[in-house]
Design a protein around this ligand. Structure first.
Ligand code: ADP
Ligand code: MG
Length: 391
């Protein structure tokens, strides 16, 4: 099996005609549960996956940044003096946006001084599917963030690096996303999910215990388009903000199940359903965390499926392909299944006995063919370690 680290090193050598100083990598993530709760100050439970973006990096003796990627087949060059979010576009806005964000004072009192750092050459390679809802964007951001933090000796902590990734995505790319993906990519641990309180930004690992229970998590990437920078995502955020404003609370985090009857009286029907999804989803995340530690992963199936139904019916961000993936998985032995990621396409996950893997593949392939949908990519994911130096 070829390792993308070998590929990245070889491609760096070919392109830049020297050895990289080192390799750094950042994982993609799967959100186990807690969808559209992050920007409502709520709870999420993602995990870093065993698919990563690798950055091969070497410092230069001038102030030029050069970045290339196997994904884009393009070399982008920029003087550090001209590093500004407005100057960045296309895929390079992710890595160069991180370089810019590392110098922003809002990362904390140690907001790095980029005035004297050297230029760098970066080559990126990845086996995270792009645009599938597995956050190839956080993988690239976090790989670059840990790499630059090291080679520029910035001494930023992981919380600040996560914030830098988010800032790059919000400001340089222009996608109004929360901090969940970067937190998962930076704080992931083998065999554990990352429980994140998006208000306090405190996170802690939660053991998944899949292997002990003989279970596996399967991703079904429907390969249908989604674009978080698009209208649907903004529209859902706006609905949540409207609900909180109307209810006179800072965010939907401050509404609980007991408050739903009152919310139903004062909100219009659609806004109420959006709010109900967020409130019930926060509850489902807390229940999942509790059940994982008390009873193990075999106990969380129904909650995963309830999350899907809520996203489909109340939040209305699922698609026919995602619904088909979920229902087919449930029909062939999955304990639970749900769409994962922001929705409007992308991937679903299914929790099922290891022994049912191949049955699921056949069933999904058949169901998708029958509906005339293009064949999804189906693969198992394991909870993996967060972004780090990778020699
Ligand atoms: P997701 O994060 O769900 O995969 P996004 O739309 O948020 O989808 O991010 C995908 C974008 O991130 C790509 O279109 C590309 O611009 C950028 N990107 C991700 N991975 C890479 C990579 N390895 N090389 C270059 N650009 C990448
Ligand atoms: Mg993304």
């Amino acid at each position: 099996m070829t390792d993308i680290r070998d590929d990245a090193r070889a491609a760096f050598r070919d392109l830049f005609d020297r050895e990289p100083d080192g390799l750094w990598s950042g994982p993609g993530r799967v959100n186990l549960i807690g969808e559209h709760t992050d920007y409502n100050d709520g709870f999420v439970l993602p995990f870093a996956i065993d698919r990563r973006t690798v950055a091969a990096v070497a410092v230069r003796d001038d102030r030029i940044l050069r970045v290339a990627s196997g994904f884009a087949d393009e070399l982008v060059e920029l003087d550090l003096a001209n590093l500004a979010p407005e100057a960045l576009r296309g895929w390079s806005a992710y890595p160069l946006g991180v370089a810019w964000a590392l110098g922003e004072s809002e990362l904390g009192e140690r907001g790095a001084d980029l005035g004297a750092v050297p230029g760098v050459d970066i080559f990126l390679d990845s086996d995270v599917p792009v645009g599938a809802g597995l956050s190839s964007s956080a993988a690239i951001e976090c790989a670059v963030a840990v790499a630059l933090n090291d080679v520029w000796q910035l001494g930023l902590n992981r919380k600040a690096l996560a914030r830098a990734g988010q800032l790059a995505e919000n400001t340089a790319v222009g996608a109004p996303t929360g901090i969940m993906d970067q937190t998962a990519s930076l704080f992931g641990e083998e065999g554990a999910a990352v429980f994140l309180d998006c208000r306090s930004l405190e996170s802690r690992p939660v053991r998944l215990g899949l292997a002990d229970a003989g279970l596996s998590l399967i991703v079904i990437d429907t390969a249908t388009a989604h674009n978080l920078a698009d209208g649907g995502y903004r529209d859902r955020r706006a609905s949540c903000e409207l609900a909180a404003r109307t209810l006179g609370i800072p965010s939907l985090r401050d509404l609980d199940l007991d408050g739903l009857p009152h919310a139903k009286e004062v909100l219009d029907e659609v806004t109420f359903r959006r709010a109900r999804h967020v409130v019930t989803e926060n509850r489902r995340v807390l229940d999942t965390v509790r059940l994982l530690s008390q009873e193990g992963p075999g106990a969380i199936g129904d909650i995963l499926t309830a999350s899907h139904r809520s996203l489909r019916d109340d939040f209305e961000v699922s698609t026919p392909e995602l619904d088909l993936a979920v229902e087919t998985a449930l029909g062939c032995g999955a304990l639970g299944a749900r769409m994962t990621g922001g929705g409007f396409g992308g991937a679903a996950i299914a929790l099922l006995p290891e022994t049912e893997d191949s049955l699921l593949r056949v069933a999904i392939d058949g169901a998708f063919a029958e509906h005339g949908y293009s064949q999804p990519d189906i693969f198992r994911v394991n909870a993996s370690v967060g972004a780090r130096r990778d020699t």
